[in-house]
Design a binder for this molecule. Sequence first.
Ligand code: HEC
Length: 122
Amino acid sequence: MNCMMSVRGRVRRGIPARMALSLVVLSVSACGGGPAESAGPAPAVYTSSCSPCHDDGLGGAPMLGDQAEWERRIAKGINTVRRNAIDGFEGGTGIMPRMGGRPDLSADEISSIVDWMIAASQ
Ligand code: HEC
């Protein structure tokens, strides 16, 4: 709200319409800040290997962006959640395949994708 009001104030002081519009765009992006912004762009491996299940919650996978669901899982401790993704996991909602079906990756790589998924779901 405050952001829009300050823009309106500036418009009244006589800034040309086209500039005012770009001010609105600027202030909206500065005041917004969705999950994708704080977490950065999706890692390529997430998009190719994890998103088929985790974007839409396929087969009981915790959905990217589902804050409550991820909070419930993080309550076990972040290391357990990472370990479950690495070793594979059946937690009652479905089957998480070992390393998300990418045994060619290192445990560190899987962990950093898990961290990104969590950051994108807060
Ligand atoms: C074939 C579908 C599928 C793919 C592909 C997949 N997952 Fe999952 N994932 C699941 C399901 C289903 C669960 C939920 C299991 C449960 O809690 O019963 C899950 C759970 C998880 C969890 C939560 C573990 C916990 O302790 O609660 C993490 C983290 C995770 N996946 C990471 C990944 C990563 C990283 C990838 C890609 C490298 C990936 N998944 C690929 C289906 C998938």
